[in-house]
Design a protein around this ligand. Structure first.
Ligand SMILES: [Zn+2]
Length: 257
């Protein structure tokens, strides 16, 4: 799970601004190193293009590269750098942000799709705590964002990713009711489940400062980097459960300083 890839340390130039969002962004140079390291680690076994939720369940899931938020860097440089390797990415749009500064335009979204990349929903408004939304809110976030993207692309949009990292079964059920057939969460796990006909897949997050060897290890299925993320996630989840909204506020406060 990647986010934006920026030039010259301009972290606010693409995607959501601010210190917290920047934690998940990378500069172009390190990102290129990541792609090269992933390529080497998986020995030419390509991150297999894009997911087909209708295809039979594979014996082994391929490596998928995903990019959240819909920042303008998806169009350039990310898609171009993936294409150099012959790879395609999953780009998830926060539809309220389309055509706004720092985010993709409708034209660019169409362009990415024409080049073979997958376009999916990342909700309309990017709620900070998706799992705390009411059923009606969840349904609106998924359905409206899906409709907007289908109108832009003139084709069905059935894949999405959960914003903010908060997944619950209700989030998956709402996605399924909204007609989505695959949903990427931020849970660091290779376990895949089906919720009312919608595939739910975990992801391993790549953050600023993470070395290429780590992402290569994650892609190749090495145990240590995966277990490390899983352990950190469980600790964080426990803190969030105990602290509720306070956890998010404190984290933001500390990072924005
Ligand atoms: Zn996001």
């Amino acid at each position: 799970m990647y986010h934006d890839v920026v030039e010259d340390g301009l972290f606010d130039s693409s995607g959501f601004p601010g210190a917290h969002a920047a934690l998940y962004k990378m500069e172009r140079g390190p990102f290129e190193e990541h792609l090269a390291a992933i390529r080497k680690a998986i020995h030419g076994r390509a991150p297999a293009g894009i997911i087909d939720p209708a295809a039979p369940w594979p014996r082994q899931w391929p490596v998928f590269l995903t990019f959240d938020d819909g920042g303008s860097s998806a169009f350039s440089p990310i898609a171009c750098l993936l294409e150099k390797h012959g790879w395609r990415g999953h780009f998830f749009m926060t539809t309220d942000q389309i055509d706004r500064p720092g985010f993709l335009t409708r034209e660019q979204i169409r362009g990415l799709r024409m080049r073979g990349h997958l376009i999916g929903s990342h909700s309309c408004s990017h709620p900070t705590r998706m799992a705390s939304c009411s059923w009606d809110q969840l349904l609106t976030e998924w359905t409206a964002s899906r409709n907007i993207l289908e109108e832009i692309l003139s084709e069905p949009v059935t894949v999405a990713s959960v914003p903010g990292g908060y997944y619950s079964r209700k989030v998956g059920e709402a996605a399924a009711t909204a007609g989505l057939r695959a949903l990427f969460t931020s849970e660091p796990t290779t376990a895949v489940e089906r919720v009312n006909g919608c595939l739910v897949l975990g992801r391993y997050a790549v953050k600023k400062g993470m070395g290429p060897a780590v992402s290569a290890g994650l892609a190749a299925g090495r145990t240590f980097p995966r277990l490390k993320q899983e352990a950190l996630w469980k600790t964080k989840k426990a803190a969030k459960f105990l602290g509720g909204g306070a956890y998010v506020r404190i984290q933001k406060l500390l990072l924005d300083r």
